[in-house]
Design a protein around this ligand. Sequence first.
Ligand code: APR
Length: 276
Amino acid sequence: MDNALHATAREHLREACRAGGIAVLTGAGMSAESGIPTFRDAVLSIPSPPAAAVPRGESAVLGRPGDGGGLWSRFDPAQLASEEGFRADPQRVWDWYAERRDGVRAAQPNAGHRALGAFAARHPGVLAVITQNVDDLHQRAGNTDAIRLHGDILEDRWLQACRPGCGRAPASAVPGRPPRCADCGNLVRPGVVWFGEMLPSHAIDAAERAARSCLVMLVVGTSGAVWPAAGLAGLARRSGAWVAIVNPHESEIDAEAHAVLRGTAAQLLPRLLDDL
Ligand code: APR
């Protein structure tokens, strides 16, 4: 990484530590060095799912999946990360998430996660972590208040509201692939935001507040391909924040940044934060 750029970034972070706030927006690249695959690395052409996508800027609907590599180069997001896909083949989708859940449980926070956790412990109230990731590595590293834009892969949720009077918790479902309600047959699904679904309003509201009020935003390990998350960098910049991207490769939102730091999350975050 360019030393002058590094020194500039540290200066902005030091100032933000003293007099304001720091927001960190993370994506799948944040967990890549923990062994969790990203979605779009190693570009291959794959089909985009049907009409779930929406033009940029329309709020709170998870947008344009599937034009890249990573998981989406090997699996079709329309079939595996949408309600339609789940209804079409619940067992296949359940099995795919079960495999990803095992991967998350087996993974450990990397040096990047740990640097953010330790920073938050040293500077209570200064750091807001906003993540697109559905793993729990930020939380395990100490950022238990991380804002989860796309849900939690380890959480179970009912596919739809149970029949009136049913009121069972997903944990009580009859085991299966997927588990189902003994009374009304309702299916259990993973607690993630699928393509075409709304983001949790409390999460996007909190993320936008953090983007508007921070003095520095670090954008770590995201391609910037999915909205509204990708719009947070521009919102922070328009609100006066200094924005820096941490990514070994080009992203779709590099133009929003004052500085692009080419490197990985586990390499650069400790260097940027450790002795602040
Ligand atoms: N450190 C930092 N960045 C990395 C690393 C690393 N070790 N490895 C890869 N990257 C970068 C890649 O260069 C890429 O820009 O991380 C980015 C990963 O991009 P995506 O796979 O598109 O993941 P993300 O941006 O999180 O995707 C957004 O899309 O599929 C949906 O819901 C899913 O939350 C996800 C959303």
